[in-house]
Design a protein around this ligand. Structure first.
Ligand code: PLP
Length: 372
């Protein structure tokens, strides 16, 4: 019997995630597995919390990675904070805002939404108007909308909510480690991310943070959190305190990987990491312009780490991506929902955001658009 793993090729991951993995992260994954209550492993857990606080710019005590992908982070934030009939406002301009609506609705929240055109940012004034008329327990927004490449005004919406009782819930799956995420300064109460985007780890962990105010809401619920696995009050007992209480067996080696990637980010310096993403994005945009390829999003709202480009007229979506995959060993993403067949998504996330990758993808695209 042949081993399928021997057929895995090195593909340059330039789609919407997962991104290229740091070599040091692969090494971390292969370290000996410790027990989930081993004293040395607990030191590593504490190290992860500290590094996450730095990368998320927060002093929140409850700042930990959840076992599961970014969607588990989303589910955890909503399931811990919502009780039946709670009024929730979700700002939607892409797939992941839609997913938030689905999650919150399933939990019995009374969900209102404001929808904005895909490819355009959430408009602060429209949200301000809506907030004048009704109190919401939670306002939720996606920082970096991966389906369109739009950067939403998370700081500005945070300003609208300052001094109110409303909890501010933010999806930072694609933003964390690629652009600034200032959890405390922006007044965010619950924030989640994913390991496989700008943190350049494999998929499987959802770093999350909860403010003391959010934790207070969780600890004073009328009803139990209707999801055992993601109940933060129980998970916190494993991640905090002198005596750790088993909740579920932590994905030990993935946590080594996360520790390593956060360590690398802090070692490089957060500001340097953001600058690197911005510079690589700039080079990509210049190269795309040379090829006559246009971007979906207006310059002020573009994410450096996720570049949505309009598929040039006459070019076949699937065939173009297949050429990149087969000949150039590059993965890019297609469009989702209404943008399917209209855009490609080029990720420059974390370890992918390097000059050699920018050259590589531009070189491949040159053939795709018939310029060579
Ligand atoms: N939120 C955003 C903005 C995302 O880009 C993604 C995944 O692409 C998710 C949530 C869901 O994360 P996952 O696919 O890791 O569950």
């Amino acid at each position: 019997m042949s081993n399928l793993l021997s057929g895995i090729e090195e593909i340059t991951l330039m789609g919407p995630g997962p991104s290229c993995i740091y070599p040091e992260v692969y090494q971390a994954l292969s370290k000996p597995t410790l027990g989930h209550l081993d004293p040395y492993f607990i030191q590593i857990m504490d190290g992860i919390k500290e590094l996450l606080q730095k990368v998320m710019k927060t002093k929140n005590r409850l700042t930990i990675p959840l076992s599961g992908t970014g969607s588990a982070g989303m589910e955890a934030c909503f399931v811990n904070l919502i009780e039946d009939g709670d009024p929730v406002l979700i700002l939607i301009n892409g797939v992941f805002g839609m997913r938030m609506k689905d999650v919150a609705t399933r939990l019995g929240a009374e969900v209102d939404t404001i929808e904005f055109e895909w490819g355009k940012p959430v408009e602060v004034e429209v949200v301000a108007e809506k907030l004048k008329n009704k109190f919401y327990k939670i306002v939720a927004i996606v920082h970096a909308e991966t389906s369109t490449g739009v950067r939403n005004p998370v700081a500005e919406i945070g300003d609208l909510l300052r001094d109110s009782e409303t909890l501010y819930l933010v999806d930072a799956v694609t933003s964390l480690g690629g652009i600034e995420v200032a959890t405390d300064d922006w007044g965010i109460d619950a924030l989640y991310s994913g390991s496989q985007k700008c943190l350049s780890c494999p998929p499987g962990l959802a770093p999350a943070t909860f403010s003391d105010r959010a934790l207070d809401v969780i600890l004073n619920r009328q009803t139990k959190v209707p999801n055992w696995y993601l109940d933060m009050s129980m998970i916190a007992q494993y991640w905090e305190g002198k005596k750790r209480v088993y909740h579920h067996t932590a994905p030990i080696n993935m946590l080594y990987a996360l520790y390593q990637s956060l360590y690398l980010i802090i070692e490089e310096g957060l500001e340097n990491v953001f600058r690197r993403h911005q510079e690589m994005h700039q080079r990509l945009v210049e190269g795309l312009e040379d090829l006559g390829i246009k971007l979906l999003v207006d310059p002020p709202y573009r994410l450096p780490q996720l570049n949505a480009i309009l598929i040039p007229e006459g070019i076949d979506d699937a065939r173009g991506r297949a050429l990149l995959r087969e000949k150039y060993k590059i993965e890019i993403g297609g469009g989702l929902g209404p943008l399917a067949g209209k855009i490609w998504r080029i990720g420059l996330m974390g370890h992918t955001a390097r000059e050699e990758n920018v050259h590589k993808v531009l070189n491949g695209l040159r053939e795709v658009v018939g310029r060579k």
